[in-house]
Design a protein around this ligand. Structure first.
Ligand SMILES: NC(=O)c1ccc[n+]([C@@H]2O[C@H](COP(=O)([O-])OP(=O)(O)OC[C@H]3O[C@@H](n4cnc5c(N)ncnc54)[C@H](OP(=O)(O)O)[C@@H]3O)[C@@H](O)[C@H]2O)c1
Length: 470
């Protein structure tokens, strides 16, 4: 029997879908799962498919490894963290020089860096790839962000490009750089995903609590927006979520969902890493914090009892103003995210290809949107320039920042929380203020710590007249 071209470990939600995608695209694949019943169920379910004979299920890890052609390529689709290390440890004695392990889970990129360093010291070869698009993406075309040795990427890129989503025929799978570069870009993608979702939730809050609109009316607005500049997967599914009927209660599904948002930590990792890089991603940070606040339901209840409900009905918002505000917030959020990737490229000496990153996000992934194509073009001209200053986006910001200001101001006056959009507005205002207030910060620092300061006139005096009061 001929051997499989690739192997996959972990037939959970993502792994099973990815395995079917790989087989469907014409590649023979061997699969193994810790729990054998899952392997049996997966194999049985695949039987009706025209590509079923390309799938080789294995009962043991040894049989799995033996079923793959040398040099082997093995995808891991298991929970990030210690499970990946455990799985590498179990596989290593069964592998031969040149065999390649590909971690396709949501690893922390520092772990991927460490695993890549182990590979360089003589372990199995190692790639860390970020895979976005959820179960549907994994099955029919995810967006793939690769990291590791370029030669290892080149060895499997024909498979990864074949299974990836396509944007006008171009595969959304790209090599990002060495070590953890792929997982780093995936983490920033997820951070942006948090922010995109939060900003949409903020305008939803205005429509629901400020304007008193029903879920059905809100669904219509999202559907309309999805035909304009905001066209994106997240606006599309927001419309579908808002339009759905609760199969139990019969009302709007959205109104029956508990308002406590979960997270698996990738947004938090992005925020933490941004602090290390001194990269301001205030919109993403606000979105991560908003999820954390949403989880504090008992405290929020106490807060409402103590201070009264904040949201007030108001007609201070126009739907078109909200749309413009969301466009503006989205541009500012992506400007921050791409600037953070640029900062990482410098700090880690990674050749992160910013325009290519915008391109692989155009299809397959959760943040796919019409605007990303324009971003790819804007970044192609000048990848180091803040996206805010790219002419096409500067023009859009000029046209929409007034709406963002109106929306944030009206939200503040009516007690409607808008943390991410407000953070975007503050970033915009700070980024267009040549004379900031950091002169006072410098004065304070010199006062208590004799840290010194530079003078505007360039004079050679670097301390204030306050002596030492520290
Ligand atoms: N779900 C998404 O939308 C999504 C999107 C992008 C990336 N990811 C990432 O993809 C990875 C897999 O996610 P998933 O949603 O597919 O998870 P999942 O449905 O929970 O599946 C986890 C898989 O890992 C296996 N596994 C768990 N612990 C193991 C262990 N100690 N040793 C060996 N195998 C073990 C499970 O095998 P058993 O059957 O034996 O339990 C199962 O096959 C994660 O890193 C996740 O963050 C997920």
């Amino acid at each position: 029997m001929s051997k499989a071209e690739i192997g996959l470990i972990g037939l959970g939600t993502m792994g099973a879908s990815l395995a079917l995608n790989i087989a469907e695209k014409g590649f023979a694949i061997a699969v193994w799962n810790r729990t054998a019943e899952t392997t049996h169920a997966f194999h049985a379910a695949a039987q009706g498919a025209p590509f079923a004979d390309r799938i080789t299920p294995a009962e043991t890890l040894e049989a799995f490894v033996a079923a793959i052609a040398r040099p082997r390529a093995i995808i891991l689709m298991v929970p990030a963290g210690p499970v990946v290390d455990e799985q590498i440890k179990r596989l290593t004695p069964l592998l031969e020089p040149g065999d390649l392990i590909i971690d396709a889970g949501n690893a922390n990129f520092h772990d991927t860096d460490r695993r890549a360093a182990d590979a360089a010291k003589g372990g199995p070869r190692f790639l860390g790839i970020g895979v976005s698009g959820g179960e549907e993406g994994a099955r029919h075309g995810p967006s793939i962000m690769g990291g590791g040795e370029k030669a290892d990427w080149d060895r499997v890129s024909h498979i990864l490009e074949a299974i990836a989503a396509k944007y006008e025929g171009t595969p959304c799978a790209t090599y990002m750089g060495p070590g953890g570069a792929g997982h780093f870009v995936k983490a920033v993608h997820n951070g942006i995903e948090y922010a995109d979702m939060q900003m949409i939730a903020e305008v939803y809050g205005v429509m629901r609590d400020g304007l008193g609109m029903t879920a059905g009316e809100i669904a219509d607005v999202f559907r309309r927006w999805n035909r304009g500049p905001l066209q994106s997967y997240l606006i599309e599914i927001s419309g579908e979520v808002a339009a759905a009927t609760d199969p139990i209660g019969g009302g709007a599904m959205l109104d029956a969902i508990l308002d406590r948002a979960g997270q698996k930590g990738t947004g938090r990792w992005t925020a933490i890493e941004a602090q290390h890089l001194a990269a301001p991603i205030t919109v993403i940070e606000a979105a991560v914090a908003a999820r954390n606040i949403s989880a504090r339901l008992p405290e929020r209840k106490e807060g409402q009892a103590a201070f009264g409900a904040a949201p007030q009905r108001t007609d201070a918002f126009g739907i078109d103003t909200l749309e413009q505000a969301l466009i503006c917030g989205k541009i500012l959020c992506y400007a921050q995210g791409f600037a953070m990737i640029g900062a990482a490229a410098k700090a880690f000496d990674w050749p992160l290809p910013l325009p290519e990153i915008a391109r692989v996000w155009r299809e397959g992934c959760i943040i796919r949107s019409a605007m990303l194509n324009d971003m790819a073009e804007a970044l192609s001209g000048a990848p180091d320039r803040n996206l805010m200053l790219a002419p096409a986006f500067a023009d859009r910001l000029k046209a929409t920042h007034g709406a963002l200001r109106q929306a944030v101001a009206a939200a503040a006056m009516n007690g409607l929380p808008m943390p991410a959009l407000s953070a975007g507005l503050a970033y915009f205002d700070m980024m267009r203020t040549e004379r900031s207030t950091a002169n006072l910060i410098q004065g304070q620092r010199d006062f208590f710590g004799a840290h010194g300061f530079d003078r505007l006139d360039g004079a050679d005096s670097h301390h204030g007249p306050w002596g030492s009061h520290g």
